[in-house]
Design a protein around this ligand. Structure first.
Ligand code: AVJ
Length: 321
């Protein structure tokens, strides 16, 4: 290929800095305290997540990859998109399976992420390996992406990896409705979702023996330290992963191992932690097939087909507007 497609930027460093300030202020003054999972992913956090995906306990990534490996030709045949928009594409690693299966119809790939660094690498690599494909990286948040979708062609929005599980039900409903509103009749959503499995399977996936997930969890404190001049001592927090059976989600928390005061200089904020107090850092909801079909229908999307692995740990769903 002769040139690399430029990134389209709808989200500046200043926007991100402001969003982080707002999230940290709201989260650390809330009861119970919480921080949103989107702030895990600086360069180190993204690398730790990539490591998580290779852990023996963390089944979602490899399970979804296997589903896509087997299902990609059928997905391509059912949806025949010209344009593939991937939300939260990260390294675009699994996407290659889709791109290759869609080679007959696909003209354009639009990876979206909040991270410029993740996108630059992915866009360059894909432009090199798929010289005929137009690759238009989009730095934006999800909602902005939906407002800036390319207008032409038959589009598929892919949201893989189970990241939909980071949203609480009300946020999911709003998110799926905004996807339905962005799509035209006949266009599709390809959704990856973790399924409800026994706690003995799901809990270790979020609390691995090697402690990589614990480091990933504590990384959000390092991000807040670096960007907002806070003085969290990450090692004074213990990683906790628990299965919330009523909500059917995994909750990750950081537990203060002693009483302490943390200051966030850029926010002029002092926050006290009691010994044993927990800060919620992520929910990762798991789904039942009937439940997710209902959520899609409520958003105005029609389920076309569902692919799962033999152990029913993960699902890839194709829905049509
Ligand atoms: C990237 C949101 C899909 O919820 O499984 C992995 C993030 N957190 N281990 C997930 C994560 C802890 C992951 N998602």
């Amino acid at each position: 290929s002769t040139s690399t497609s430029p990134l389209e930027v709808h989200l500046t460093d200043a926007d991100l800095a402001e969003a982080l300030r707002a999230d940290v202020h709201a989260g650390l003054t809330a009861h119970p305290k919480q921080l949103p999972p989107k702030w895990f992913y600086d360069a180190r956090g993204s690398e730790l997540f990539e490591q998580i995906t290779t852990l023996p306990e963390y089944y979602p990534t490899r399970t979804e990859r296997e589903i896509l490996r087997q299902g990609a030709p059928a997905i391509a045949a059912a949806a025949t998109p010209d344009v593939l928009v991937e939300l939260g594409s990260g390294s675009s690693e699994k996407t290659r399976l889709l791109l290759d299966a869609m080679a007959d119809t696909l003209t354009t790939y639009v990876p979206q992420d909040v991270s410029v660094s993740a996108l630059t690498g992915a866009v360059d690599a894909l432009a090199a390996s798929h010289p005929g494909l137009r690759v238009r990286g989009m730095v934006s948040d999800f909602t902005d992406t939906l407002h800036h979708l390319p207008a032409g062609g038959r589009r598929m929005i892919a949201f893989l990896g189970g990241t939909i599980g980071n949203m609480i039900p009300a946020e999911r409903a709003e998110f799926l409705a905004s996807i339905a509103a962005a799509l035209r009749p006949g266009e599709t959503l390809l959704l990856g979702a973790g399924l409800v499995v026994p706690p003995a399977v799901v809990v270790p996936a979020y609390d691995d023996a090697a402690g990589v997930t614990a480091e990933f969890d504590r990384n959000v404190l390092r991000v807040v330290n670096a960007r907002l001049h806070a003085d969290f001592e990450p090692d004074a927090f213990r990683h906790v992963a628990l299965w919330d059976a009523a909500n059917e989600w995994i909750e990750m928390r950081l537990e203060a191992t002693r009483a302490m005061r943390v200051t966030v200089a850029d926010l002029n904020l002092a926050v006290d932690f009691a010994e044993g107090e927990q800060l919620r850092t992520e929910i990762s909801a798991k789904f039942r097939l009937d439940g997710i079909a209902r959520e899609l229908a409520d958003a105005g999307l029609t389920l076309v087909h569902t692919w799962t692995d033999d152990d029913h740990r993960f699902a890839v769903l194709l829905a049509e507007r």
